[in-house]
Design a protein around this ligand. Sequence first.
Ligand code: NAD
Length: 497
Amino acid sequence: MADTTTDWHARAKTLKIDGRAFIGGVRMPAAGGQTFECFSPIDNRKLADVASCQEIDVNLAVACARTAFNDRRWAGLSPRERKQAMIRFADLLITNREELALLETLDMGKPISASLSVDVNSAANSLRWFGEAIDKVYDEIAPTADNTLGMITREPMGVVGAIVPWNYPILMACWKIAPALASGNSVVLKPSEKSPLTALRLGDLALEAGIPAGVLNIIPGFGEQAGTPLAMHMDVDCIAFTGSTGVGKKIQIMAGQSNLKRAWCELGGKSPNIVFADCKDLDKAAAASIGSIFYNQGESCNAPSRLLVERAIKDAFVKKLLAHLPDYQPGDPLDEKTTMGAIVDCGQMENVLKYIASGKAQGAKLLAGGAQVRTETGGFYISPTVFDAVTNDMTIAAEEIFGPVLSIIAFDSEEEAIKIANDTPYGLAAAIWTQDISRAHLVAQRLRAGTVHVNSYDEDDITVPFGGYKQSGNGRDKSLHALEKYTELKTTWIRLK
Ligand code: NAD
């Protein structure tokens, strides 16, 4: 637990931030000296100058990663030895948990309580879990004829490029680097230019944990300047991307235009949350629906942003929803009681406000929120916003907003609910609230989504895969399935006498 007497504002003033890149085990500026300014969305205060890596820096990072891979300083360790280093790495995240949580909150705007209890803990858990798993994964022998041996083994890909977004910065980074490192790869990680600070600390901590220099490299910078050269690089074997669907499509093209590297994309969502009239516990459904859409300021890929409610119970259910809104009003992210923080930056806040304006213009009924608040702080905050009378063709229902905006859509039949739920280019997550077990199974089968929750939302565990159908991407983070993304499958035939 966090020390509830911690004065996070005072700690923020004494925090020393190193914005240099981490390449070959060394902190260094961009070769050309370029930097960008990193601001806090809490109050628009400048936090640091961060290295703005360019192609030359990417090339150096990839060269270091390649050398480390080829000389087998990490890939050549036994799985047990890699496990021990990964567990030390996880332990170091926990030892430095308060510093990392503070950096995350200052950089990205989420409440300090969430950074402490969810983001840093889950990031450490990911490193620990993949570390612990890797010496328990066996290869296969195929059932071939007696005079042959067909060995099926998994080998590390080589150099993995990881490009991650700003909404869960340390967690998204660890969802990539944990399975990639555990399976013996070298990694070049590019964090988002909007929230690069915790990722940079991962480099220092990996080295301290005994992961050899050059195995993990971190290159902060902008998408086109640092991300594109990484995705286009001829000596990167695999690119693991989490971000928007638009950029994900470009990543796939870059992989095809360069060396046909494996390209894994975890992308956006517009997840349907379906409440049937036979739901047994509407209070629980209302609390979970509100909690899940407004958690992390609505900046979650799997946020249930489309709430489909059976018309017979809609008005009663909406009343229950609105009763929870006082619990999600934006507050000071450095106050441990705050449940909703700041939007990541001014540009993202303006995007969200534009979507709110479009909802009003297209005839949706604004029930709550809809405005910037806490303007006196200089930061970027939006009150939790609820629209009723939304139809699925309105822009607020069709496009990913990535902010605290809930759209309520009424339906009259199970068939109609399924049709609306699937009527989206996305397929990341979905939920069904019903007490009819047959309905739960049958509807879950027909929802085109990578994760379906029944009578809950946001169940989460490192042991289960996470990823999307359709334009929400390919591949899966988390669980043993993630190892498939970072390993090549090899067949070795041995002719016996
Ligand atoms: P984004 O696509 O704008 O950026 C993601 C990363 O890609 C950043 O590091 C960025 O610098 C980099 N990038 C941008 N343009 C690039 C280019 N041309 N070449 C190479 N790299 C480039 O996304 P974002 O705004 O940072 O994050 C929000 C998006 O991420 C949302 O769509 C959200 O749903 C998605 N997301 C998905 C998951 C998931 O697991 N499916 C998880 C978290 C976030």
